[in-house]
Design a protein around this ligand. Sequence first.
Ligand SMILES: Cc1cc2nc3c(=O)[nH]c(=O)nc-3n(C[C@H](O)[C@H](O)[C@H](O)COP(=O)(O)OP(=O)(O)OC[C@H]3O[C@@H](n4cnc5c(N)ncnc54)[C@H](O)[C@@H]3O)c2cc1C
Length: 456
Amino acid sequence: MSVTGAETNGHVVIVVGAGPAGMALAKNMADAGHEVIILNRDIKFGGLAEYGIFPSKLKLRGGLKKQYWDMLEQPNVHYFGNVSVGQGKDLSVEDLQALGASAIAFSIGAQGTKAIGVEGDSASGVFHAKDVVYHFNRLPGFGDRPFDMGKHVAIIGVGDVMVDIAHWLIRYKKVERVTAIARRGPVERKYNPKEIRAVCSNMDQEGIAKEFARIKDRLAAVGQNADEVLTNLTAEFTKCEQTDSPSKMGFRFLASPKRVLVDSNNRVRALEMEENKLEPKGDDTAAVGLKQYYEFPVDSVVFAVGDRVDDTVGLPYKNGVYVTNPTKTGNDPDDALFQAYDEKSGQVVDGVFLAGWARKASEGLVGIAKRDGDWCAEVIARYLGTKGGQPRTGAGDVLAKLQALLKERKSKPVDLEGLKILDAVEKAHAGAPDAIGEFKFASNADMLAHIERGRA
Ligand SMILES: Cc1cc2nc3c(=O)[nH]c(=O)nc-3n(C[C@H](O)[C@H](O)[C@H](O)COP(=O)(O)OP(=O)(O)OC[C@H]3O[C@@H](n4cnc5c(N)ncnc54)[C@H](O)[C@@H]3O)c2cc1C
């Protein structure tokens, strides 16, 4: 692969991560006449738009892909897929800093998983939501691994990710039962009512009514009327997508998993739960444990409680997030919120920016990530105009250094031409029996082999 810079008079900006945030940022920078180098861990662009959003949402995914293909066609955009940045990866943060670009933006999403921190959480049958989502979206490393879910699956969390996982378990795995488990009550459920349509034809309405009867006194204690709340919750079960799956889905409210209980093979057999009550907390409520425990039999557990960023990348990190500049600037958007910040030296990391879920883990849908990319582009534009001054190095030089380094590291970057070859091969497999939505190869080796063959 050989790419040369289009020699615009602009700066060279490196964008690490080609999800919705990175692609929006790259587009802004390219439209402003800068040379944009995109480095992406995955061969394909899109991030969670490719490997997170439920695979049957073809309209949403198709619309995003079209925009991304168009952007990558711009002559001042240079795509390098299959290139990871981090300690022990293809390139380190310091490698990037040494390339001479004017700015580097990290839009690498939130790739870490939140520590669950309960006894037994490493048992077989315990999964992180992101891994499951990556599995059914066929992300290399996850798509071709078995995920043995058993008959009864507990999903901890009541947001949209829970619904997507329930969707897959019900529609495609056809498990016997899915139970969504919530620390708080039904009023505090977080999923979008439209999303529940994917699974509401499988709701165990009788079981849900019983669950409400079980917790009604605790709801009443904070002024919530169980009958009304039940009516509201079930009123959302409209326009339910029809399935031939016999799976049943229910909820367990006011329940905190305390321990994962295992059998002699270290396989999940139950959750030990603590009963909670609700207490008012400002305008909201908080769950308070009642120290009453019980066993809840399940075959597997999926923790869908949000993500944290990857602490092995080499960016300043603290408590699950990358550290940003604490000194507000008064600009709108506030530059400080997008600048990486080294607490040890008390200085911003010059020219290093953050956007999207890398800046705020698990926050919002694609539109929010895109807006974050747009905002970050505004901040970088200000930086280039004021602090950055003249371009540090021409695009050709930066690209030449980058290519030499990738060669030295024996990396196998995939460019736009490679992506097009892969796309054509995957489209030719459309209708493959095990594919949900579009066909995808589930391993990098397969993808690279097809690209190689296509180039020959
Ligand atoms: C299960 C699930 C379902 C969702 N469904 C919807 C939906 O239906 N509709 C909707 O609007 N939104 C949905 N979202 C939200 C949406 O996917 C996110 O808002 C959005 O993708 C976040 O964008 P991002 O660019 O910040 O991060 P990401 O999309 O995570 O992209 C990060 C990119 O960085 C790359 N990367 C990661 N680490 C490195 C590294 N070390 N070096 C180089 N590159 C790296 C990755 O390859 C990836 O391309 C869903 C999210 C999830 C988890």
